[in-house]
Design a protein around this ligand. Structure first.
Ligand code: GDP
Ligand code: IMO
Ligand code: MG
Length: 426
């Protein structure tokens, strides 16, 4: 196995950082293909917690080369801050990072517009990191790419064009249009700092795959936040599903050997939009507290609910999942009853499909399971799980017809039951 994609199968925050870090132990490259600093991927090693936003989650493993593909959007200041912080920990991220020169850059006016829109009634609960407006510029063919930082005059001319396009929007939202000089000066030093690691990452990754290197493609966000297939318009602005790895990096689908989807044993969502299995009250509070369900980027309390199996089946289909890594099983310990949504009642009858466009008028149908009281965070084999926990896990696996590769029972690297490893020869 040489090319493996890891994607979120829910609304993000499924534990991609932890699982990518584990798999990177046996990877040569870790490649981000979509999203930007809206992502927050948490790594917990020896009890120490590190959150990365733009830097790929393979950065803690000294042998892996970390790559940002051109499908990502880069806030140079955020990235330089992350690299500096990793250096301060004694790591050498700059020698192990390569960044697509064609990646689009988030500039101050993108963050301004994102924030202004979120202050209106049209808010969707974005992370306010400028990600949406940056992708808008890319699609509108007026975006700024990292390679533009090689020439200040050229960069200023491009920023002028973009500002002319955004000015009416900024003014209508009550904002102040920045000058070209303000925008460029704000990002210039950080952009210069990144120039030495810019390259043609599409060709770099293709060469690695042809040389049989082991390449891990690290997804950001999750399937239900995908711009084409998620709960539109409450989505992010990029292709978060596995197909996005090919376009976001610039490799062909024939290079991919395996796709792993991540899902929690329950479900969370940050920001607005439908969430049919959402819980409120003491059970929600308990899951949120025990699972530390607060946004890694914004600190916002995450909405929590029961696992949604029609949604997971939808993710299996859209991503072509070969296996599922199920995370946070430990968080459910101590609940008397655990529920799983198995179908939806719709105005035209019951369905096992995920009614992505009609979630507001559909009602989840649940199966109930006896809870388990035992702490499962020390389990390293399925056989060490209490019967109730194992029954729940096996039920999920059979209902979505996709084998489990991992059951995660805590945030730490070692708190993991590994059933199969996509980078190990079978
Ligand atoms: P990502 O965006 O998918 O990388 O996920 P986040 O890092 O935003 O959120 C997942 C959170 O759950 C982080 O705080 C992880 O440290 C934590 N986590 C991951 N797996 C487990 C697990 O199996 N059990 C528990 N209790 N926490 C986990
Ligand atoms: P990771 O990679 C969870 C959500 C936001 C909002 C919507 C649009 O850590 O799983 P955006 O800022 O992208 O325009 O916001 O998408 N969102 C995420 N939710 N995890 C993420 O990333 C997210 N990235 C964006 O909360 O609802
Ligand atoms: Mg996250």
């Amino acid at each position: 196995m040489a090319g493996v994609i890891i994607v979120g199968a829910q609304w993000g925050d499924e534990g991609k950082g932890k699982v990518v870090d584990i798999f990177t132990g046996e990877a040569d490259y870790v490649v981000r293909f979509a999203g930007g600093p809206n992502a927050g991927h948490t790594l917990v090693v020896d009890g120490e917690k590190i959150v990365v936003r733009l830097v790929p989650s393979g950065i803690l493993r000294r042998d892996a080369l970390c790559v940002l593909g051109q499908g990502t959007v880069v806030d140079a200041k955020v990235l330089v801050g992350e690299l500096d912080a990793l250096e301060a920990r004694g790591l050498d991220p700059r020698t192990r990072m390569r960044i697509a020169e064609h990646a689009h850059v988030i500039l101050s006016y993108h963050i301004l517009v994102d924030g202004l829109r979120e202050a209106t009634s049209a808010a969707i609960g974005t992370t306010k990191r400028g990600v949406g407006p940056c992708y808008e510029d890319k699609a509108a063919r007026r975006g700024i790419r990292l390679r533009d930082f090689r020439n200040r005059g050229g960069l200023e001319a491009r920023v002028l064009r973009a500002l002319e396009a955004w000015a009416p929007t900024i003014l209508a939202l009550g904002g102040v249009v920045p000058t070209v000089d303000e925008v460029v000066t704000d990002a210039w030093d950080a952009g210069q700092n990144l120039l030495p690691v810019l390259c043609d990452t599409a060709s770099l990754v293709e060469s690695a795959l042809l040389a049989k290197k082991r390449v891990l493609f690290e997804g950001a966000q999750g399937t239900l936040l995908d711009v084409d297939h998620g709960t539109y318009p409450f989505v992010t602005s990029s292709s978060a599903i596995s197909g996005g790895a090919c376009t976001g990096v610039g490799i062909g689908p024939t290079r991919i050997d395996s796709v792993v989807g991540l899902a929690k044993a329950y479900c969370t969502r940050v920001g607005g939009g439908p969430f049919p299995t959402e819980l409120e009250g003491p059970v929600a509070d308990r899951i949120r507290t025990v699972g530390a369900e607060f946004g890694s980027v914004t600190g916002r309390p995450r909405r929590v609910g029961w696992v949604d199996l029609p949604a997971l089946r939808y993710a299996v289909r859209l991503n072509g999942l070969d296996s599922i890594a199920l995370t946070k099983l430990d968080v459910l310990a101590g609940l008397e009853t655990i529920r799983a949504c198995i179908a939806y009642d719709t105005p035209s009858g019951r369905t096992r499909e995920f009614p992505v466009d009609d979630l507001e008028i559909c009602t989840p149908v649940y199966a109930d399971f006896s809870g388990f009281s035992q702490d499962v965070s020390t389990a390293r084999h399925l056989a060490e799980l209490p019967k109730e926990a194992l029954d729940f896990v096996r039920f999920i696996e059979s209902e979505v017809a996709c084998p489990l590769s991992i059951v995660s029972v805590g945030p730490g690297r070692e708190q993991t039951i590994i059933l199969s490893h996509p980078l190990r020869p079978t």
